[in-house]
Design a protein around this ligand. Structure first.
Ligand SMILES: O=C(O)[C@H](O)[C@@H](O)[C@H](O)[C@H](O)COP(=O)(O)O
Ligand code: SF4
Length: 608
């Protein structure tokens, strides 16, 4: 193993010893005391079977696994619309192997693309907790010996895992749907947006470009949070090998979904090959997730999601771990926004099988983890193919395009391009893999805002045409639910194109699709004072202060005397958000943990 990766793994194992032990004790108790169908009463069983009378005899009399399907189907996410008919197909495939399947429950799924820049985005992060809670409600019927989790996008995979892990004595498989075919290239879409931002094209032309990019069912093809989730499922071995980026509606996709149902039925508590989720998600799998994130230039949102998923399994990973891993993990992939290719191009060049093969050979990934396919991650270094109707796996061979995928021996960069910044503004994250090297340090006067829409107004009024560090505060988990501020990407990109030195500093988030502007995000502590009245220094920055974002030395400072800062009066926070249901999420905001712990209200109160 790479020494730095092993050292971080050892740190995490040591730090997690007690909490991981408490988690393993939980799932052992659950396995031994699980209500399950043998212990359920007759009335309870009758209720459970009544919804699917066609399988009642098999569920009642057979000893096959009853699979609980947890689905996030809806038509709002192009990625999840593909799930519409999955349950009925999965029931047929379950019967093929003497098992049965029922829809245990549905979970909500927000499309961050639909809500981006609007009030709904302020529900996005806590929709992850809502999904976790909904997953628990689905599985709490206790009538399943395994679960199939249908989810792909941003908060849905993390939410499903955070909930399902508390039923970690059960075997589970993630079931992906795949990316839509490529449409208008992402770079061309971004260029039209920048022209729209300066009035060179109208709304109709912009809409035409956007529809050209997002044109059909399947996951959007940029390497954002959704596709980073798919990468993560590969390096953690939680779905069928190579399932991440096979397009929906293809014979290969259908064969992979059928194989997932058959595999799940074979790894239950009564089988010789018992693979419970709680043992699959261990410290090494979590380190693999972090390594995969860094090696592929994945979404900054995973600096929140990986800690939250880990915590649900009793494992504690922090940003220091990511920073140490980033210094040791090479960047092997350039996929938009880190390059011009999309995930279809990435897949065609060799995709995750190639990346995993390289990182196993270079010692950056842990090979010996429990995956749903077996006890060796090298199975995921092969890509699925159909030979007639037979599903098989073959080596991906060498990279098909070295502008997209490179070997660990000749990476795009020797490190993963995620940095932790620390200084008198607090701790923050920055992803530099999509930022030109000469913009890794920006020192400029601050312009301070409480709302991203005010930034857009200032841009339109020409007030930002200068070197500037745009500070958007009161965007943290407790303030307004920590929205993504991705609508700022086009105007900040225009300012950068005009030759200005530009950076963003916020206690909010950016999208996984955000790229070329240096952004110090997830600033902790956030501006809004906590219950003890302590607020982060990001709340003390004023217009005109010089702020230095330095991704080379890893610092984030306002260049003001400490005494001057301390003497400043704290700004009045904006009122708590209402409308679009946001007032309903006040309990999540009030209970939210710091960003570095995953910013979950649910986990803050769910410690074992
Ligand atoms: O983290 C992410 O990947 C984003 O949340 C993504 O899911 C969201 O949909 C963006 O808004 C898409 O980018 P555009 O808004 O540029 O289409
Ligand atoms: S990738 Fe983002 S925009 Fe696309 S369907 Fe998923 S959540 Fe929506």
């Amino acid at each position: 193993m790479n020494p730095a990766v092993q050292a971080v793994t050892d740190r995490i194992v040591a730090r997690s010893r007690d909490t991981r032990r408490a988690y393993l004790d939980l799932i052992e108790r659950e396995r031994d005391t699980w209500i399950g169908r043998p212990r359920l009463g007759c009335a309870n069983l009758a209720h459970a079977y009544a919804g699917t009378p066609e399988d009642r005899a098999a569920m009642r009399g057979g000893d096959g696994m009853n699979i609980g399907i947890v689905t996030s189907y809806n038509d709002m996410l192009s990625a999840h619309a593909v799930y519409y008919r999955y349950p009925e197909q999965m029931k047929v495939w379950a019967r093929e192997v003497g098992a049965t399947a029922q829809v245990a429950g549905g979970v909500p799924a927000m499309c961050d693309g639909v809500t981006q820049g609007y009030p709904g985005m302020e529900l996005s992060l806590f929709s992850r907790d809502t999904i976790a809670l909904s997953t628990a409600v689905a599985l709490s019927h206790g009538t399943f010996e395994g679960a199939a989790l249908l989810g792909i996008c941003d908060k849905i995979v993390p939410g499903l895992l955070m909930g399902a892990l508390r039923f970690g004595h059960l075997p589970m498989v993630m079931v992906p749907g795949g990316p839509m075919p490529s449409g208008l290239p992402n770079k061309d879409k971004a260029a039209v947006r920048e022209r729209y931002a300066v009035g060179q094209v109208g709304r109709e032309e912009l809409l035409e470009a956007e529809i050209g990019a997002y044109h059909s069912q399947g996951t959007c093809t940029f390497y954002g949070t959704a596709n980073t989730n798919q990468m993560m499922m590969e390096v953690m071995g939680l779905h069928m090998p190579g399932a991440a980026f096979v397009n929906p509606g293809t014979k290969l996709r259908q064969a992979l979904t059928r194989a997932a149902v058959h595999r799940l039925a074979a790894i239950g508590t009564s089988s010789q090959d018992y693979r419970p989720l709680g043992l699959c998600v261990d410290e090494k799998a979590i380190v693999n997730a972090a390594v995969g994130l860094l090696a592929t230039g994945g979404s900054t949102n995973h600096l929140l999601h990986v800690p939250a998923i880990a915590r649900a399994a009793g494992i504690v990973i922090d940003w220091e771990d990511f920073d140490r891993l980033s210094a040791a993990v090479p960047l092997l992939a350039r996929v938009y926004p880190n390059g011009s290719a999309d995930v279809n191009g990435f897949e065609a060049a060799g995709g995750m099988p190639y990346v995993i093969g390289e990182l196993l050979a270079s010692g950056h990934l842990h090979r010996d983890i429990m995956t749903i396919a077996g006890d060796d991650l090298s199975a995921y270094a092969n890509k699925p193919v159909l030979e007639g109707d037979a599903l098989g796996w073959v080596s991906p061979g060498a990279s098909g395009d070295d502008t997209i995928l490179r070997p660990a021996s000749a990476p795009f960069s020797p490190d993963g391009g995620m940095r932790i910044l620390q200084g008198n503004v607090g701790r923050a994250c920055i992803k530099v893999s999509a930022v030109e090297r000469d913009r890794w340090i920006v020192e400029a006067p601050a312009r301070v805002f409480d709302d991203q829409l005010d930034v857009l107004e200032a841009f339109k009024a020409g007030e930002l045409d200068q070197d500037v560090v745009v500070v958007v505060r009161f965007q943290g988990p407790r303030a307004n639910g920590m929205p993504e501020l991705h609508k700022l990407t086009p105007p900040l990109g225009v300012l950068q194109n005009r030759g200005f030195r530009v950076a963003l500093v916020t206690d909010g988030r950016m999208s996984g699709a955000s790229g070329k502007v240096p952004c110090a995000i997830h600033v902790s502590p956030e501006a809004l004072p906590n219950a003890q009245g302590v607020g982060g220094n990001i709340g003390l920055i004023r217009d005109g202060d010089m702020v230095r974002v330095d991704a080379v030395s890893g610092t984030l400072d306002v260049l003001a005397d400490a005494g001057v800062l301390a003497a400043r009066e704290r700004p009045t926070p904006p009122p708590a958000p209402t409308g679009m249901g946001r007032e309903l999420f006040g309990m999540f905001r009030a209970g939210a943990d710091e960003a570095e712990k995953g910013a979950s209200a649910m986990l803050a109160g769910a410690m074992l």
